[in-house]
Each structure stands twice: as C-alpha cells, then as structure tokens.
Design a protein around this ligand. Structure first.
Ligand code: NDP
Ligand code: MG
Length: 390
C-alpha cells in the first residue's frame, strides 16, 4: 500500500532532502498528493512531472499561467495563490512535510494539522509565531507533530514519552555560525556572501542569515518551549562548533541523553518519515575517532544580541514572539537585498518590539490564527518603515 504524502515547500533545501529520501524507496512506496513552492515554477513543474502529485501549487499567483502550461496534458492539476496552498495542504494524506520558510507557512501548516495525521514540522517560524496554538490544534485534532529541526528532533529522540516530569532541562547546540570567532567591530562589515556561507550546514538563505546572527538559536529556544511545553528557563544553549551533538536532555537524576549524527538534514527528516520505526539514509556514518575532539562554549550574547532579544520575547509571550519573528523576516530580507547592514538586523528587531509594545498590548497567548496574523502584519509594517528610515 502506498503512503499518501504532501510536501509543502518542496523546492527548498528541506523539501529537496525529503524528496531525495523518498526517491531511494521502492517504486510505489509513496503516493504524492500536493507539492508546493513559492516562485520556482520551472523546478516545481519538473518535480510534479517526476513525482506525479494530484496537485502542484505555486503560491505566487502571477506564475499560474506558466505552471499550467508546463503541466498541460500531464494529469497533474495546477493551482496558484495562498488559498490554493491551504486547500492543497488540507487534502487527506498520512504524512506532510511542512517546509515552507517563514510565517507564510502558518496557514498551510495549520491546514495539515487539521487533518489529524502526521505533520513533520521544519517551518520553525510557525511555532515561534503561534506554537501554543499549533500544539493545541494538534492535540484537538489528534495530529502528531514530529520536529524536523535537527536540535528538536534530537530532543524528541532523547525523551521517554509520558515522563516529562523527569526532565530537568534541555540543551540545544549551536554551531555558532560563520562569525563565531569574529570581533564585533569586524561584524559591522559583514557582506551578504559572508553571512550566507555557513561553516557546517547547507540551508536556505533565510535560515543561513538567522544562523549567522544567532537569531536562529533564539527562534529555536522558543520553538523548543512550544514543542515540548517547557518554561523558558529550562532550555539552554551551548555552542558546539562540530555540530555532531544536536540536542541533549538532562534528567532529574543527573543523566544526560543526547542524539549525535553527521550534520545532514536527511537524518532528522528520515526519523520523521519512518517514525516510529527507522530507515536507512545515505548520510555519512559518524566517525568520532576522525573528528577527534568535541568543543563546547557558552554563547556570547554581547556579540550576538539576537539570542537575548528572542529570550525576552519568549518571556513576554506569544504576541511578542510573533512580532519578533515578523520583524526578523523583514530585516533579513532587507539585509539580503543589501538595504541594511548585518548588525542592523537585531537592532531593528529590538526597535520593532519596543515600538509595538508602546503602541498596543501584545497578547501573551493567542486564541486563534487571526490574532497571530494581525500581530505578524503590524510588526511587518513597522519594521518595513524602520528599514526605510521613516
Ligand atoms: P528554503 O528557502 O530553501 O525553501 C523554502 C521553501 O518554501 C521553498 O520551497 C520556497 O519556494 C517555499 N516558500 C518560500 N516563501 C514562500 C511563500 N511566501 N509561500 C509559500 N511557499 C514559500 O528554506 P529551507 O528549506 O532551508 O527551510 C525551510 C524551513 O525549514 C524554514 O522554516 C527553516 O527555518 C527550517 N529549517 C531548515 C533547515 C535546513 O537545513 N535548511 C534546518 C532546520 C530548519 P521557492 O523555491 O519557490 O522560493
Ligand atoms: Mg536547527
């Protein structure tokens, strides 16, 4: 029997790693239902012709004609625009990969959860923006959330289900990004290319910049609290430049369990695809003797203020984390467009949070998606104005 699957964000780094694993399975193992992208229409059409999903969706509605032309006669339905994305994510499947980048993934990921099946969540921004709401929705609908982010997947693998009260704290590792050894003055001169060149992981542009500012680790602390229902002071971060240990769980008796593996996203993705079983992957086996040494150091919040800003937002609540996420998305896009400098990213995020806090009282908890989207939109508008200097 084929397993019905959808991949939201199939043209991205996580999406392609997912397809790479699926391609290695026996023919007929997977039946593709929806494949979606934002603007990479040629690539999406190529994947649709190869994997033959029921529907291929391009989120950018202006590219519908091109998609329809490329898929003509193939039997694959072409669709476009945000509502088509949600409709496609709602089609019954047994497993969804939620790998859209940014808050654009909120509504499609929620639609996948509504089905009550397995949702592998890579799209950390949706958990940062409205994670408590998402986890409540999953529970109500009987959906199973499996974390894809390597640190969270490591924690998930190191937790005994049903024994949460035995956990003292969890520890997320951070590679430290490309500027881990740079003095702050030098960081003021960082170029787009410097910031995109991650020392360990090969990833999409937005998460690569987040890793360079360490905002990624801040987002991940928030993601961890929401996924595992932990208070902020029970999630720590340690810089571990080899990225061999991905996450650790410390128990009340002092035992610490960790998950190790080569830094290859196909390992955590495979664990969600085969869960609760295991499957083979082409990832390099871990050769500890060749690695020789594992280093650990505390993160430097003076050089990387994003981590502190994210923690403050987490303590303030869901309204603040939704605003943090939106402000960061706008600031990262402005940096990638070379409109602002690298150190402006955390500065603008912090200014946005302060200004929003004065303008409106941000809710500590969202009751639904609309409230999350409203805060997201306000923070986007405000940060865009800050970027443009008005
Ligand atoms: P990419 O930028 O490589 O891919 C993003 C995907 O989302 C693409 O398919 C893209 O389509 C699509 N997309 C982008 N914007 C929109 C939009 N507005 N509406 C609908 N679809 C959109 O990102 P990654 O694969 O690197 O990351 C995906 C998610 O996984 C992120 O949330 C990231 O934080 C998380 N993650 C990624 C890791 C990694 O190793 N890459 C590790 C851990 C977490 P198109 O190609 O057309 O632009
Ligand atoms: Mg991660």
């Amino acid at each position: 029997m084929s397993r019905r699957v959808s991949i939201l964000g199939c043209t991205g780094s996580v999406g392609k790693s997912t397809l790479d694993l699926m391609e290695r399975a026996d023919p007929g193992t997977y039946e593709f239902v929806a494949l979606t992208a934002h603007s990479s229409v040629q690539e999406l059409a190529g994947m649709a012709l190869q994997y033959r999903p029921e529907v291929a969706v391009i989120a950018d509605a202006d590219r519908y004609e091109e998609l329809a032309r490329l898929l003509k006669g193939s039997g694959v339905e072409a669709a476009a625009g945000p509502s088509a994305l949600v409709e496609a994510a709602s089609r019954p499947v047994e497993w969804t990969m939620a790998a859209i980048v940014g808050a654009a993934g909120l509504e499609p990921t929620a639609a996948a959860l509504q089905q009550g099946s397995i949702v592998a969540i890579a799209n950390k921004e949706c958990l940062v923006c409205a994670g408590d709401y998402f986890m409540r929705l999953a529970k109500e609908r009987g959906a199973r959330v499996l974390p894809v982010d390597s640190e969270h997947n490591a924690i998930f693998q190191s937790i005994y289900p049903g024994h949460d009260d035995h956990i003292r704290r969890i520890i997320l590792t951070a590679s430290g990004g490309p500027f881990r050894d740079w003095p702050r003055e030098k960081m003021a001169t960082v170029s787009r290319e410097d910031a995109l060149a991650h020392p360990v992981w090969s990833m999409g542009a937005k998460i690569s910049i987040d890793s360079a500012t360490l905002m990624n680790k801040g987002l991940e602390v928030i993601e961890a609290c929401r996924l595992f229902g932990l208070a902020p002071d029970r999630v720590d971060v340690v810089v571990h430049r080899q990225s061999v240990i991905h996450g650790l769980v410390e128990y009340i008796d002092g035992s610490v369990l960790a998950q190790l593996g080569s830094p290859d996203m196909r390992i955590p993705i495979a664990s969600t695809l085969s869960w609760p079983e295991r499957m083979e992957t082409p990832a390099e086996p871990l050769d500890l003797a060749a690695i020789g040494q594992l280093d650990f150091e505390p993160p430097d919040e003076n050089r990387f203020p994003a981590l502190r800003i994210a923690r403050e937002a987490l303590i303030a609540g869901e309204g603040a984390t939704a605003a943090l996420n939106a402000a960061n998305e706008i600031a990262v896009a402005a940096f990638l467009d070379e409109k602002i400098a690298f150190l402006d990213i955390p500065r603008l995020v912090s200014e946005c949070l302060e200004a929003l806090d004065k303008q409106q009282s941000l809710p500590s908890r969202f009751s639904g998606m609309e409230a999350a989207l409203a805060v997201d939109q306000s923070a986007r508008r405000l940060t865009s104005r800050l970027v443009n200097g008005s």
